[in-house]
Design a protein around this ligand. Structure first.
Ligand code: FAD
Ligand code: SF4
Length: 520
């Protein structure tokens, strides 16, 4: 067993803290500071992680380890194969802290509350001082978000995003939003029409290098029963690759990103999306660089403002905002279930075996690549779970398992808040509830499906449409106080009792939750 580092300060780098240029590293003195890293199977098993997700994290970790060692750092690194590896990260850490007795363990704010608690406990048990610092990767700090949120009744993205635009000057001209508008939704979010997207430039691929190939074999050996394929693995695993992925997106897909942000098409898993979420979340890419490159593409006339604003809104807006919500509201946030949803997650979420084409396509693609774009996550897999009334914690576990970009700080608010309305409207001003006709409008899935999105009961009824009406029926009282639900509830009032009964019975056959509860 290697002896623990002799330096008095240990810098813990987690699997999603992999920027070799991070200020924590560039400002530290390697003669007094050692880096401590560990691959821990518990991190892949606390939810049944997609094998591509495990491989991506471990490969990127090993690349950082090698870069730092080349630079002369002492890196204490535990691999999965090490005979002294421990299943739990905190157990390995605690044993090393006890043996090495450094003066201090430093860590940037972990993106998972569970990990933070475990690391703090390991320090307490061994009497080592633990210093948790805000993660400088993010544009906003946890405390600045909390200052913004203090005293507000609702925490709407739009208000936060505008405040950040003003503070940073991003997409601002003389104190006003570029182009005179904060929001270009009216120009964005088109469907493709009957002829589809036309040629879509394939995103840059990063075939596995020797380090990644070794990791893929290790993952196959250690996690044979985990979901997800490894054959298509081509994710960027270093900052250099991640920059190339960004260049490729800015050059080839950003100009059409906004316009087709919400569109879906069979056989087109990426369309005009960037595919950079994992690189951002592992900190291989800096959000400031991403935003600056997108803004420059508009200034150079390469991409329209509507597209660039739509893209920057995701990174400067949503990404920073959900992180703020997560750190402000955890750990209670994870337990919420405002719609009292108790159904189990259908088995086809793990296999893709369903006749519903939209779900089959999204789940199969997810299992193949560890990727689905936002509208597939929100308005296909997320929508179905919402309408069925699946227990939000089961939905959360699925999303945390199956996407390569999944880290709890970003996944949980998107799932529990935006997608499942389990926080009772803290994050979204209304549930994202829709019939199959939304999917029919935004994709060609329904044209290839045995179900009819216009029909709510009967043999060819689209399950989304049946469940949408049942969702309104069973949640009517809870949804009444929400101003933006008025129109949908007015339509519900037109349903005759006979139709209501038929919907309820059809929804029960689909396994819908009949949970009782109050909107918090
Ligand atoms: P693009 O569509 O190209 O968007 C650009 C970037 O903006 C993304 O890379 C991402 O960094 C950021 N972004 C976009 N939307 C969001 C959002 N809603 N919240 C935060 N950042 C956003 N994103 C994750 O990074 N990890 C997750 O685990 C995750 N889980 C999600 C679960 C659900 C139920 C939903 C509805 C969304 C989730 N998202 C998550 C947000 C979003 O779907 C993904 O960031 C996006 O699909 C990743 O693909 P992309 O890189 O091609 O993104
Ligand atoms: Fe999905 Fe319904 Fe459309 Fe089939 S008809 S693809 S189930 S929305």
């Amino acid at each position: 067993m290697p002896s623990p580092p002799s330096q008095p300060i240990w810098l813990l780098r987690l699997g999603d803290q992999l920027d070799p240029q991070a200020p924590e590293l560039t400002t530290a003195d390697p003669s007094r500071t050692a880096v401590w890293m560990a691959e821990a199977r518990g991190e892949a098993e606390h939810v049944p992680s997609h094998r591509a997700r495990i491989a991506l994290f471990i490969s990127a970790m090993r690349h950082l380890r090698d870069t730092l060692r080349d630079r002369g750092w002492t890196v204490q690194y535990w691999t999965l194969d090490d005979p002294d590896a421990r299943a739990e990260l905190a157990d390995r850490l605690e044993a090393d802290l006890r043996a090495g007795q450094p003066d201090e363990l430093r860590v940037s704010q972990p993106g998972d509350h569970r990990v933070l608690t475990a690391v703090q406990r390991a320090c307490e048990q061994t009497g080592v001082r633990c210093t948790v610092e805000d993660d400088p990767h993010f544009i906003d700090s946890v405390s600045d978000f909390q200052a913004w949120a203090r005293g507000r009744k609702s925490l709407r993205l739009e208000h936060y995003y505008r405040a950040l635009r003003k503070r940073t000057g991003i997409l601002m001209t003389d104190g006003e939003p570029a182009g005179g508008q904060w929001n270009f939704d009216a120009d964005n979010r088109e469907a493709f029409g009957r002829h589809g997207p036309g040629p879509v430039p394939a995103p840059a691929a990063f075939p596995p290098d020797p380090t990644t190939r070794t990791v893929l074999t290790t993952v196959e050996q250690h996690f044979p029963d985990h979901p997800g394929a490894l054959e298509a693995f081509d994710w960027p695993v270093t900052p250099h690759d991640a920059e190339q992925a960004l260049d490729d997106f800015i050059e080839h897909r950003l100009p059409r990103f906004g316009r087709y942000q919400d569109a879906m098409w069979l056989g087109q898993p990426h369309l005009f999306h960037s595919r950079i979420a994992a690189a951002l979340n592992l900190k291989l890419l800096d959000p400031r660089t991403v935003i600056a490159r997108a803004e420059a593409a508009w200034q150079d006339g390469h991409a329209p403002l509507a597209s660039v604003e739509g893209f920057i809104r995701q990174i400067l807006g949503w990404r920073e905002y959900v992180r703020g919500i997560y750190h402000a509201r955890m750990p209670a946030y994870a337990e919420q279930n405002a719609l009292a949803a108790h159904a189990e997650l259908p088995g086809f979420y793990w296999s893709g075996e369903t006749r519903m084409v939209c779900l089959k396509e999204t789940v199969t693609q997810t299992l193949t690549y560890g990727y689905a774009h936002h509208i597939q996550r929100l308005m296909v897999t997320g929508l179905y779970a919402l309408l069925l009334g699946v227990r939000p914690q089961a939905v959360h576990e699925w999303y945390l398992s199956v996407y390569v970009d999944a880290v709890e700080w970003v996944e949980l608010p998107n799932t529990l808040g935006m997608s499942q309305f389990a926080d009772g409207g803290l994050l979204a001003s209304k549930p994202y509830a829709a019939t199959g006709q939304y999917i029919a409008r935004m994709s060609n899935y329904c044209a290839h499906c045995p179900y009819n999105p216009k029909v709510r009961t009967g043999d060819d009824a689209c399950p989304f449409t049946t469940l949408y009406w049942d969702f309104l029926l069973r949640n009517e009282t809870r949804l009444r106080p929400i101003p933006r639900m008025k129109m949908q509830l007015r339509n519900l009032e037109r349903l005759q009792e006979e139709e209501r009964t038929a919907i309820r019975m059809a929804a029960e056959r689909l396994g819908a939750s009949r949970g009782e509860g109050i909107l918090r």
